[in-house]
Design a protein around this ligand. Structure first.
Ligand SMILES: [Mg+2]
Length: 166
């Protein structure tokens, strides 16, 4: 079993869909020439870095932003460049898969053998992970996309990571 990973989604997790309150700022982010208006909180990075450092975990992106998160999101939330799960564009429901299932397949493949916490707002991601082979211990912290990542989510992740029998 390798060292644990903390996986970060962007939309609905670091970028809540409702206008948030304290701490957030509005940012225009233009990956691939398309401009999106995001709410981002520079307090998230330090909290997540503290989580990783205090539990021996590694932070990584699990978002359709992929490597674009390093350019557009990381500096605005106070994170360094992070590794990312390569998640190809969702092919649609042709295979009977949902967005959550598509992400879960790639998360399962990338984390193989390593325990992980996943901050995610797709509601069916947990069930989809259960159907993937060789998934190590994991905790899916389901985030409400309207309000985004909170200190309670990070505390739940910290408690789970500390209890891991590595
Ligand atoms: Mg999301």
């Amino acid at each position: 079993m390798g060292s644990p990973v903390v996986l970060l989604d962007v939309d609905g997790v670091l970028n809540p869909f409702e206008r948030p309150h304290q701490g957030y700022g509005r940012h225009a982010c233009s990956p691939n020439g398309i401009t999106f208006q995001l709410w981002l909180d520079p307090g998230h990075g330090p909290s997540l870095l503290e989580l990783a450092e205090s539990t021996g975990a590694e932070l990584a992106w699990a978002s359709y932003w992929c490597d674009n998160a390093n350019e557009w999101i990381a500096p605005r939330v106070g994170l360094p460049r992070l590794p990312f799960v390569p998640i190809p564009r969702f092919p649609g429901a042709a295979e009977g898969r949902t967005l959550g299932a598509w992400k879960a397949r790639h998360v399962a493949a990338w984390t193989r053998g390593r325990p992980f916490v996943w901050f995610e707002d797709e509601p069916d991601a947990t069930a989809c992970l259960a159907g993937e082979p060789d998934v190590a211990d994991h905790l899916l912290v389901e985030v409400d996309p309207l309000t985004g990542l909170t200190g309670e989510h990070i505390s739940a992740a910290a408690a789970w990571l500390r209890a891991l029998d590595l």
